[in-house]
Design a protein around this ligand. Sequence first.
Ligand SMILES: *[C@@H]1O[C@H](CO)[C@@H](O)[C@H](O)[C@H]1NC(C)=O
Ligand SMILES: *[C@@H]1O[C@H](CO)[C@@H](O)[C@H](O)[C@H]1NC(C)=O
Ligand SMILES: *[C@@H]1O[C@H](CO)[C@@H](O)[C@H](O)[C@H]1NC(C)=O
Ligand SMILES: *[C@@H]1O[C@H](CO)[C@@H](O)[C@H](O)[C@H]1NC(C)=O
Length: 459
Amino acid sequence: MLSSTLLKALITLLTARPSTAQGIGREQTENHPKLSWKRCSGTSGTNCTSVAGELTLDANYRWIHEKAGYSNCYEGNTWNTRVCANNTDCTAKCVIDGADYKRTYGVSATNNSVTMNFKTYLDYATNVGSKVYLMQDGGDGYEMFRLVGNEFSFEVDVSKLPCGVAGSSYFVAMPQKGFGTAGARYGTGYCDAQCDRSVKWINGEANVEGWTPSTNDQYGGVGNKGACCTEVDIWNANSISTAMTAHSCQPEGYSVCSGSDCGGTYSTSRYGGSCDPEGCDFNPYRVGVKDFYGPGLKINTSKPFTVITQFVGEGSLLQGIKRFYVQDGKLFANPEPTTPGLSGNAMDQAWCDAQKVAFKDDVYSFGQHGGMAAVGKGMDVGMVLVMKIWDDYYTNMLWLDSTLPTTADSNKPGAVRGSCGIDTGEPLQVEAQYPKSAVSFSNIKFGPIGSTFEQPADT
Ligand SMILES: *[C@@H]1O[C@H](CO)[C@@H](O)[C@H](O)[C@H]1NC(C)=O
Ligand SMILES: *[C@@H]1O[C@H](CO)[C@@H](O)[C@H](O)[C@H]1NC(C)=O
Ligand SMILES: *[C@@H]1O[C@H](CO)[C@@H](O)[C@H](O)[C@H]1NC(C)=O
Ligand SMILES: *[C@@H]1O[C@H](CO)[C@@H](O)[C@H](O)[C@H]1NC(C)=O
């Protein structure tokens, strides 16, 4: 035990040091997995050059401990209030440490492919899920994508993702350098359209004050602060369902909210924030096309396929988002909806407006927060690529692959999103039953519309 005078002296010393916000721990060496991707031009899908990149693990998943020692600053699902009295105190005293990507988090990359395993077993603990960001090679910043007028494609293997587990690839308007000394290299700066309050470090400060541990997640909780920004979920999927969702925010870039003013998943007032928590989405099953995506279906999710997403528009003016798939050399466009009142397979403002009416949603939060125009502005800020494997402690992933609200009549337009039962997706159950779930993303390509894939002869 340190004497209280010594402790006080130590605290004074630590808090007096300038610019120590979000420092780095040195117990575990940080070696970013390397992932190469391609920048394309032209219209053939063959004029691409390889770009060296690397992945960094989101700060929330990392070990946070006392700068002066090994004591955990965050343990289980709570901050250690013996170490951390408040946000400033904790920020000065705690550091974010490196990650053993493969052993602890089940993340491994080779050349142009990354595999993310759902559950890993350590000597005294297990890890569930992970989230990584694409960084510039050897640099200290995230790779920033300006999506409007461009197209993003990748190959994905969802065959090992059952009901309740999702593999996601999406874009958020995070700051390129993250925050503090830890910066982007240690995965700081996350934000999304739920104005995420489960983030442990927000705007360079620990999110200790008001932290309420989750009642069902032994690792998670919710703090007073939340981090908001535009979010474009090009890919939330498992082997059963897939959804592409755009969420608008005003302001479009990074902003910090407080308490229930955050809205979204983590607040009691869902619609009280500066972002749209629902989004405008395109899920083939949800719009009535039940034979398109799944094991043995048109897009046979039992084997890999390529996902192409086009962001039609110019400058910051986003007209709409289009989706294509390629499997076994065949090209498939997103299918035409069969839900009455919906038509067209491109997600644009008119499509979103029509969806709101067709699904009889009470609140049109996508429109209220600026709609497609705001999403385009958010893209113009520059966006970071996120890849994630996860289960859902809030809604058991039912919004993606089952029926929600669970009591809804299955004929209610928009209620049924996939063929999974309403009793599936409970996190502790899926973690026990499907520990070997995994997703892999490969062959990432980015460039002007038409540049990342060769239109197959047989379409
Ligand atoms: C490939 O792209 C480069 C850079 O945009 C361009 O200069 C070149 O003409 C392209 N080549 C072909 C064959 O399209
Ligand atoms: C934060 O906690 C420290 C250490 O207990 C204390 O000295 C400081 O006054 C507190 N600051 C605020 C804003 O409460
Ligand atoms: C990765 O790239 C290297 C060099 O091009 C090659 O020798 C190796 O076979 C590749 N590995 C995989 C798993 O594709
Ligand atoms: C779907 O893919 C799996 C794995 O390759 C294969 O065994 C199955 O026959 C395919 N189903 C159809 C209908 O093509």
